[in-house]
Design a protein around this ligand. Structure first.
Ligand code: C2E
Ligand code: CA
Ligand code: CA
Length: 603
């Protein structure tokens, strides 16, 4: 709340005058104005008549005062308590006491309690009052400056070791209270000794200053940057969304240090080794937390690529993996590294193919396939799910057109939509416009959305789903049975299919509860006029039992694993059979009657 520096520089002072006696108030005002004028300064005066009003102004974030002139006999506070009351609101602001003639004792008491000075009202001359005000402000500024210096590293201007540990203790207390996650990063500059030896100490100092500056600009204002000594820096990064975020920060720092490049025409290129410890996963006291981050930093030093390390090994692996996914995802979506495999959905009685579910896949730089369960949550978290989602719809449309061009039969495609994507305002419009742009029959696209996604925000979801259904797409509820939707909700939703969750299918052969749930879903769907699909069918027994319970369609490894477009096209072109592996059935296309019936049920 204090901006002493600012106003002292501009020669403009803002004074809060707390005095209830109108005569004394006038005198003080007059003396101040005169004093300011004599020194070519200017003075904004805000007079109030009670402690309550004074506190209110001090609490007002839009008002900044340099000093308070305080009478100790106010209608709502008397004597030394007046000062205490004021200090409660702003412990830092300089206060000059206005005293009566014989109030020496009280004045002494006030000084002991932190007042800067006192002036007797009977001596309210321009010079005396003005001088007291000026000195009090100056003194406070000096105190602040000294305090700042005591906490600052003289060379670089960032916090020093002592301040760092003070702040770390406070961060720990705060995080314990609020359940927040924060990280300690220990940063060591590689080859710093050579810089000093070869280029001299002033080059070394310059490098430390540059790095301090880089750290300060790279981090948030609420984070702490400190130099603990030598070439050792430390950072406290607070309010982390997850422990993984600390690695992002570390990588940002490493990058920016690398970007400094060669020093003074030498071949010396600074780089940073970084170790990370994260609270609350590491719930150690401050000094131990720092020593853990330090241990991790030494691992980073030994790493040939110089990567940052977590103290916790498991956390390290997880964060590195996610970081890799995050850095490559967007360029890989655009660069054709994503594709869809398709898994057939078959008629429960004829086992003819009635549909295909598109399942996203990502081939990374090492040709390893990353599963959607890994990258979908990250795409959601980073806000890239819409880019991915738009790409998926586009891809499905292209696939349908390819099939058409090859004169292969039209099979409806199901596309999964993430809850995050479904909640976005333009979602339904984007999907339908993509389909129209490609000139694809909307009846050939089904949207799969999980029951829990709908229940999270039923109004938005049902609005989007209504738009999709009205445009002619099919709406299928995925993972049904796990999302606790009530029947009354279901009845009002614009749906075509319910997809019974895999968990019921896998348990139904040895657990009557699951079997009863499947039967209930089949019955419910009949009354509400939805079709049912069971997913995760892995055996002939399951397939038979599901058909017996009245489930309409089946999907699972028993029939076919998800297969590539090439495989699918080849099979369909060669007699319409899919054989996707040792244990899989040989599937044929459903007869035309059945597939027409499936298409109609989408409409
Ligand atoms: P899901 O929609 O429930 O998809 C079915 C998952 O079950 C697929 O896993 C599929 O390969 C697997 N599966 C199929 N048959 C069987 C079986 O008989 N036994 C077993 N154990 N598993 C079977 P996948 O491809 O790893 O997908 C996992 C989840 O990722 C999907 O669950 C879906 O929620 C999400 N996902 C996949 N592709 C996309 C996509 O393109 N967009 C979005 N938003 N989510 C997707
Ligand atoms: Ca699905
Ligand atoms: Ca599912």
């Amino acid at each position: 709340m204090n901006n002493n520096n600012k106003s002292a520089v501009s020669g403009r002072f803002s004074v809060l005058l707390v005095e209830d006696n109108p005569g004394d108030r006038r005198l003080a005002e007059f003396a101040l104005m005169q004093g300011a004028e004599a020194e070519d300064a200017s003075c904004d005066l805000s007079p109030v008549g009670s402690l309550k009003e004074a506190k209110r102004l001090l609490e007002d974030d839009d008002r900044v005062f340099d000093i308070v002139l305080l009478d100790l006999g106010l209608p709502d506070a008397k004597g030394i308590e007046t000062l205490g009351g004021l200090r409660d609101t702003d412990p830092d602001i300089p206060v000059v006491i206005l005293t009566g003639e014989s109030d020496d004792l009280l004045a002494g008491e006030a000084l002991k309690h932190g007042a800067s000075d006192y002036v007797e009202k009977s001596e309210l001359g321009a010079r005396s009052l003005w001088r007291a005000v000026r000195y009090a402000i100056e003194r406070k500024r000096h105190e602040h400056e000294l305090m700042r210096l005591a906490k600052t590293d003289a060379l670089t201007g960032v916090r020093n070791r002592r301040a760092f540990f003070d702040i770390l203790e406070r961060s720990l207390e705060n995080a314990r209270r609020t359940d927040l996650c924060f990280a300690v990063l220990m940063i060591d500059i590689n080859g710093f000794k050579q810089v000093n030896d070869i280029l001299g100490h002033s080059a070394g100092d310059d490098l430390l200053k540059t790095i301090a500056g880089l750290l300060t600009t790279q981090l948030r204002r609420t984070d702490t940057v400190a130099r603990l000594g030598g070439d050792e820096f430390a950072v406290i990064a607070t309010n982390l969304k997850s422990p993984n975020s600390a690695l992002e920060i570390a990588e940002k720092i490493r990058r920016s240090v690398r970007e400094i490049g060669a020093l003074k025409d030498s071949s010396l290129r600074p780089s940073a080794s970084i170790g990370i410890a994260v609270y609350p996963d590491d719930n150690s006291p401050a000094d131990v937390l720092v020593s853990h981050a330090d241990t991790a930093m030494y691992r980073s030093k030994r790493d040939p690529a110089g990567a940052a390390y977590y103290y916790d090994e498991a956390m390290h692996r997880e964060a590195v993996h996610r970081h890799k996914i995050k850095t490559n995802m967007i360029s890989d979506i655009k660069g054709g590294k994503f594709y869809l495999d398709y898994q057939p959905i078959v008629d429960a009685t004829t086992h003819g193919i009635v549909g295909l579910e598109g399942l996203a896949r990502w081939k990374d730089a090492d040709d390893k396939i990353i599963a959607p369960s890994e990258f979908i949550p990250i795409a959601e978290e980073c806000g890239w799910i819409s880019t991915l989602g738009a790409w998926l719809i586009d891809e499905a449309c292209k696939f349908i057109l390819e099939m058409e061009e090859a004169s292969l039969p039209a099979i409806p495609i199901s596309i999964n939509v993430s809850p995050v994507q479904c909640r976005e305002p333009g979602f339904a419009l984007e999907v339908t416009s993509t389909i129209l742009r490609h000139g694809v029959d909307p009846a050939l696209i089904n949207i799969e959305i999980t029951e829990s996604a709908i229940m999270q925000d039923i109004e938005t979801a049902s609005r989007s789903l209504r738009l999709l259904k009205d445009a002619g797409l099919g709406v299928h509820i995925d993972d049904f049975g796990t999302g606790y939707s009530s029947l009354s909700h279901l009845k009002d939703l614009p749906l075509n299919h319910l997809k019974v969750d895999r968990s019921f299918v896998s348990e139904m052969m040895n657990e009557t509860g699951s079997r009863r749930i499947v039967a209930a879903v089949a019955g419910l769907a009949k009354t509400l006029d939805f079709k049912t699909v069971a997913e995760g069918v892995e055996s002939a027994e399951q397939a038979q039992a599901l058909a017996d319970l009245g489930i309409d369609y089946l999907q699972g490894y028993y029939f076919s694993r998800p297969v590539s477009v090439a495989h699918l096209k080849h099979c369909l072109a060669n007699g319409g059979c899919i054989n996707s592996g040792k244990s899989a059935r040989i599937l044929s296309l459903s007869d035309r009657r059945a597939s027409r019936a499936a298409a109609e049920s989408n409409g």
